[in-house]
Design a protein around this ligand. Structure first.
Ligand SMILES: [Mg+2]
Length: 320
């Protein structure tokens, strides 16, 4: 799909880095020569000038997929914390002409619990607006007559209420948190080893995510352990699986080339969305690390400080 490629998103006076055949990097606040005023204090004109190249890239966008953890909020004790500006940014987006869908790999909580938590933080979000891996996995289990051994967090167990788990013929692994004990991992391993054709379904394959207390291991390392022990390859339901992004786009009736993904995971969110033909922005919140902007394989179409900045850009340029 043809995309416009801005020549540079760097502020005047800054040497362009030796990369960015694809991505555009907005001026970073940590760069002394290019320190822009905080978003709220910059004039609309200054903001518009700084972001023009990236703004051009957003022309024609009709729909937005939003990652949740690390973009809307950081999970953690007491329900987590909203990321500054995100509540209002979601509200502005939903008031606009853009179609919005939340696309998450959250697998510790049911959608009902996740949405309840986000609503308590002030977000305008409902269960029907969320694409999450557990319901997608349930559909696959039913379609293929699979009866899973579940290695999951108790918080998401209700999503599997209608699933037959007797005499398991596959394993479903999700972000089980504290339930990733040796005993539970070994039980899943034993189920797989007894199957003639072992099937391992993983809800996402993230390496880590950020909670308010720090970075946390995600399901990916445990999925890899079972793959290694059993000599098999897991089927991933969730980002970066193309089917998962497509189902989120179908839900809002938007084609991939008309959509932009906004996420904090350079591989799962940005790389996955780009492989589907979407544009993708990485936010510098959540699990973002500065090294992500020099990732050897994935370049975002743009990097923004947070969701509020992404929404500013979108709302300035999508109708042009
Ligand atoms: Mg995230």
């Amino acid at each position: 799909m043809p995309r416009p490629h801005p020549s540079s998103g760097f502020a005047p006076g800054l040497p362009a880095p030796p990369r960015l055949a694809r991505g555009t990097t907005l001026p970073r606040r940590s760069c002394a020569a290019a320190v822009p005023a905080p978003l709220g204090t910059r004039s609309r004109e200054a903001l518009s000038d700084a972001m023009a190249p990236l703004g051009e890239l957003l022309a024609g966008v009709r729909g937005v997929l939003l990652d949740i953890s690390g973009v809307l909020y950081d999970s953690g004790a007491g329900g987590g914390t909203a990321i500054a500006g995100s509540v209002e940014a979601v509200a502005r987006l939903k008031r606009s002409r853009l179609k919005v869908r939340f696309c998450t790999n959250e697998s510790q909580k049911s959608r009902a619990e996740l949405v309840g938590q986000l609503r308590r933080l002030g977000f305008d979000i409902s269960e029907g607006e969320v694409t999450a891996p557990a319901p997608a996995a349930c559909q696959i289990l039913k379609e293929r007559g699979l009866r899973p051994h579940l290695l999951i967090h108790d918080g998401v167990r209700s999503e599997f209420d209608q699933i037959d788990t007797s005499n398991p013929n596959c394993v479903v692994i999700a972000d089980a948190g504290e339930s990733f004990s040796y005993q539970n991992m070994n039980s899943a391993f034993q189920v797989l080893m007894e199957l003639e054709n072992p099937v391992l379904i993983s809800l996402g394959k993230g390496r880590y995510y950020k909670e308010t207390s720090g970075l946390m291991l995600d399901v990916g390392p445990y999925m890899k352990a079972l793959e290694y022990a059993c000599g098999i390859q897991a089927e991933v339901v969730g980002k970066p699986s193309p089917e998962f992004f497509k189902s989120a786009l179908q839900a809002i009736g938007v084609e991939a080339h008309q959509a932009v993904m906004i996420g904090d995971d350079i591989v799962g969110d940005v790389g996955g969305a780009q492989r589907c033909g979407m544009r993708a922005l990485q936010v510098r919140t959540g699990k973002f690390r500065p090294s992500d902007e020099h990732h050897p394989e994935v370049k975002a179409d743009g990097y923004v400080d947070n969701l509020a900045e992404a929404v500013d850009l979108l709302l300035q340029h999508v109708d042009k």
